[in-house]
Ligand binder design. Structure first.
Ligand SMILES: NC(=O)c1ccc[n+]([C@@H]2O[C@H](COP(=O)([O-])OP(=O)(O)OC[C@H]3O[C@@H](n4cnc5c(N)ncnc54)[C@H](OP(=O)(O)O)[C@@H]3O)[C@@H](O)[C@H]2O)c1
Length: 251
């Protein structure tokens, strides 16, 4: 599969490096400045500052620029892209299908940055590309993590859970690590202890039936320290805080 990614920033770059590591696509990434593309030196990822030239020969053309940059980026490839053979994949979910009417074969893909290490979560939504293209794109993102296909209206929920969700997970790790510092660990020790705890707990959870309440019952023995701590977190508004964060941006 041949993929061109217009915009080699945080998420475009993560996709490019993830696909290249997985060997699932031949990838070209573009950016406005050559300095942005330095990150890909020494990798399998090809680079270019010429969007129109870069889309030639691609099966999928990813638009991975900021929302406000979409019109300019789209204008730069409009005449080069051949929609009989090529599909546009928009990563800027807030640019609605109506604003991309000029793209008759369109899909949305909302990955999170862990695609770079093959452990991402990506939401896909087909607008007008068709089942074959959706299946092919799903295969590509499956090579760098888990993929969930949803209607466009549910992309916002996906963004909350998995894209912003990466930030929310970091917020928990940062908060817990600060408390660890108060308890005598260095900042780095504390952050590593909490991160490893989250990683190991998630790995165990995913190996079973992925029922967090059941795993919580196993570690929070009645009358024990964990049960007391979880009750104190609930009392302090933990569940309400998580819900407020997840629903803060729903669209
Ligand atoms: N970050 C995430 O976790 C995430 C997840 C899912 C979706 N998204 C969406 O993905 C989009 C990009 O987000 P980001 O965080 O990756 O932004 P970013 O780090 O700012 O990256 C945007 C990149 O686009 C390049 N660019 C801008 N205009 C261009 C043009 N005309 N031609 C070629 N390259 C151009 C910029 O290149 P220069 O550096 O050379 O200016 C920059 O490298 C956003 O719409 C965001 O909502 C982000």
């Amino acid at each position: 599969m041949v993929v061109t990614i217009i915009g080699g920033g945080h998420i475009g770059g993560a996709c490019a490096l993830g696909f290249a590591s997985a060997g699932s696509a031949q990838v070209t990434v573009t950016a406005r400045s050559a300095a942005t593309l330095e990150r890909f030196r020494g990798t399998q990822v090809r680079t270019s500052t010429d969007n129109a030239a870069a889309v030639r020969g691609a099966d999928f053309v990813f638009l991975a620029v900021k929302t406000a940059q979409v019109p300019e980026a789209l204008a730069s490839i409009r005449d080069a892209i051949d929609f009989r053979r090529q599909v546009l994949v928009c990563l800027a979910a807030q640019v609605g299908p109506a604003e991309l009417e000029a793209a008759p074969r369109l899909l949305y893909a909302i990955p999170n940055t862990a695609v770079e290490i093959g452990r991402g979560v990506t939401f896909l939504s087909d607008i007008s590309a068709g089942p074959e293209a959706l299946e092919a794109l799903k295969g590509l993102f499956d090579s760098v993590g888990t993929t969930v296909c949803v209607p466009y209206e549910r992309l916002g929920a996906g963004i909350s859970l998995a894209s912003c969700g990466a930030g929310y997970a970091l917020k928990y790790i940062a908060s817990a690590a600060k408390v660890g510092e108060q308890m005598g660990f260095t900042p780095e020790e504390s952050a590593r202890i909490v991160a490893q705890t989250v990683l190991g707990t998630s790995d165990l959870l995913m190996r079973g039936s992925c029922d967090p309440e059941a795993d919580l019952r196993k570690v929070a023995t009645p009358g024990g320290m964990t049960e007391r701590g979880v009750a104190a977190m609930e009392e302090a508004g933990f569940d309400a805080a998580v819900e407020a964060g997840l629903k803060a941006n729903n669209w």
